[in-house]
Design a protein around this ligand. Structure first.
Ligand SMILES: CSCCC(=O)C(=O)COP(=O)(O)O
Ligand code: ZN
Length: 206
């Protein structure tokens, strides 16, 4: 049901706001409506106090299908969500947030990926390996968001990502999952890993 879906996003956004991951208007959340459309946060809304009026339903081409308020515009980053739902038909939700830690970690690599530490938590991202050697895809940030979306599409069309998450340099992380609950778990795990990476740099093993 529409209101259940929107309530899921409102509740998640409030939690992420309280974590400091969606400060002010930062970030955007979406949930699939049907195979051909999804609800996404309207652009420029304060993510700590979203209401059911603060959403737009768009199709996979980014065309507006439904507005929960006539003044709404889709998130400026809708094109990234379009790419995720197009490439991953199993995805039911896609969450993008801006944490301080994600931005610091995004500067630890000059390459197109960040190597993740071989933590037990990696299993929570669906990788069941001993001593996992996993990389998170890293993309450059561009003023024109469709350019970021195109880079994601081009790279993931050639090789699928190892985990359902990607990082945009100096911007934030985007995760997706087969349900809103799974997507939220993935987000909490990647943010934990970012905090671990930063903490480990200041910790000397004796
Ligand atoms: C202060 S946030 C700058 C834009 C951005 O990166 C973001 O995630 C929020 O944009 P939206 O249009 O979805 O509000
Ligand atoms: Zn953003």
């Amino acid at each position: 049901m529409k209101s259940d879906r929107l309530l899921t996003l409102i509740t998640a956004a409030r939690q992420f706001y309280q974590q400091g991951w969606m400060v002010g208007t930062a970030g955007n959340l979406s949930i699939r409506h049907d195979d051909k459309s999804f609800w996404i946060t309207a652009s420029g809304k304060s993510k700590g106090k979203l209401t059911q009026q603060d959403f737009v339903r768009v199709n996979l081409a980014g065309e507006v299908m439904e507005l929960s308020h006539p003044d709404n515009r889709p998130s400026a980053e809708t094109s990234i969500h379009q790419v995720i739902y197009t490439l991953f038909p199993e995805a039911q939700a896609c969450y993008h947030v801006h944490s301080v830690e994600a931005n610091l970690v995004s500067n630890l690599s000059n390459h197109e990926a960040i190597s993740l530490p071989p933590l037990e938590m990696i299993k929570g991202l669906g990788v069941w390996q001993e001593d996992p050697q996993v990389k998170m895809s890293l993309f450059e940030n561009y003023l024109e968001v469709p350019r970021i979306a195109q880079a994601i599409y081009d790279r993931f069309t050639i090789a699928l990502p190892e985990i359902p998450a990607l990082l945009i340099r100096n911007h934030g992380v985007t995760v997706w999952g087969r349900s809103p609950e799974e997507t939220q778990n993935y987000l909490e795990i990647v943010e934990y890993i970012f905090r671990y990476i930063l903490a480990a740099r200041n910790y000397s093993y004796q």
